[in-house]
Ligand binder design. Structure first.
Ligand code: CP
Ligand code: NVA
Length: 329
């Protein structure tokens, strides 16, 4: 499979402890994907192009064992269906191997520090994908690991989801700079990475959230630095009007279960339903899944022709295979 440029160019020798020559930053450190803006625009499109190639190769039954002999550690502090299965299956299809590391099944669950876990795993595996609560935890992993760390969701970010989202949107709308997208609901981890992804990709984005549930100011600033902070509003109708894409996610993310009652009250009026979508008659509907039908989205919308949620789910596989190859080959 042809490789996109990784932008490093100098073929410098990796740290002696790193088992493979993972992509390095210009200062010689290993590259990670802690959020989507760890990629620049050129790198993002190189990964998306490789993802599209992988998707075709898999559909056509063409060999693409580009990571033969390589191992991905998969650390999970929260449950997962899509992230776990798509990363593991992706490694298998690339000729490599993945190891599921439930936080309670390894010594981390008994109090071994993350920094020791990071350094230990680095001596065995070629990359680590981690799903953790606090975003600082993935930063600790990256600080101490000698192999690439890939964010499989934190409380603040979900960049591997964003890669799949952009791939999915580009399949429908090849010219991303002509796309008008709307985020409705919570300004959560999925939303924040999507904001940054849209800024990188040139998608025009409007975000409608209740007051106090907006995108973090620091994320809006990062998006502005990338060239385009989204328009923000508290009015879902204004936000969706004539959009090409309407995207939502749960109102109660993992770890927020105690806030259920207050959140249900605050998000009243932010449901993606048929009445709201009358203002966006052509829009494709996206959701990262799992969905809470009857809360942030209705069953009828999720099951409708305009829903592309299972394309999104499938594209996790292809996008992450491309990301892993880009980081590791
Ligand atoms: N969208 C997503 O990350 O799904 P999982 O929680 O099932 O991994
Ligand atoms: N915002 C959700 C996404 C799940 C994939 C959560 O964090 O629970």
């Amino acid at each position: 499979m042809p490789m996109p440029s990784n932008g490093t160019g100098d073929g410098s020798t990796p740290d002696s402890h790193a088992r493979r020559s993972a992509v390095e930053a210009t200062d010689g450190t290993v590259r990670h994907l802690l959020d989507i803006d760890d990629l620049d625009r050129t790198e993002l499109f190189a990964v998306l192009d490789l993802a599209a190639d992988y998707k075709l190769a898999q559909k056509q039954g063409r060999d693409h064992a580009d990571l033969e002999g390589q191992t991905l550690g998969m650390l999970f502090q929260k449950p997962s269906t899509r992230t776990r299965v798509s990363f593991e299956t992706g490694m298998t299809q690339l000729g490599g191997h993945a190891i599921f590391l439930g936080a309670d099944d390894i010594q981390l669950g008994r109090g071994e520090p993350l920094k020791d876990t990071a350094r230990t795993l680095s001596r065995y595996v070629d990359a680590v994908m981690a799903r953790v609560f606090k975003h600082e935890n993935i930063e600790v992993l990256a600080e101490y690991a000698e192999v690439p760390i890939v964010n499989g969701l934190t409380d603040d970010a979900h960049p591997s989801q964003t890669l799949a989202d952009l791939l999915t949107i580009r399949e429908r709308f090849p010219h991303l700079e002509d796309v008008s997208a709307t985020w409705i609901g919570d300004g959560n981890n999925v939303a924040q990475s999507f904001v940054l992804g849209c800024a990188l990709a040139g998608i025009d984005l409007t975000v409608a959230t209740p007051p106090d549930h907006g995108i973090d100011e620091s994320v809006l600033e990062r998006a502005a630095e990338l060239g385009a902070a989204p328009t923000t509003t508290h009015d879902p109708v204004e936000a969706v009007t004539d959009a090409n894409v309407v995207y939502t996610d749960v109102w109660i993310s993992m770890g927020q279960e105690d806030e259920r009652e207050i959140r249900l009250r605050r998000f009243d009026g932010f449901q993606v339903n048929e009445a709201l979508l009358e203002y966006a008659p052509e829009a494709a509907v996206m959701h990262c899944l799992p969905a809470h039908r009857g809360e942030e989205i209705t069953d009828s919308v999720l099951e409708s022709e305009r829903s592309i949620v299972f394309d999104q789910a499938e594209n996790r596989l292809h996008a992450q295979k491309a990301l892993l190859t880009w980081l590791l080959e």
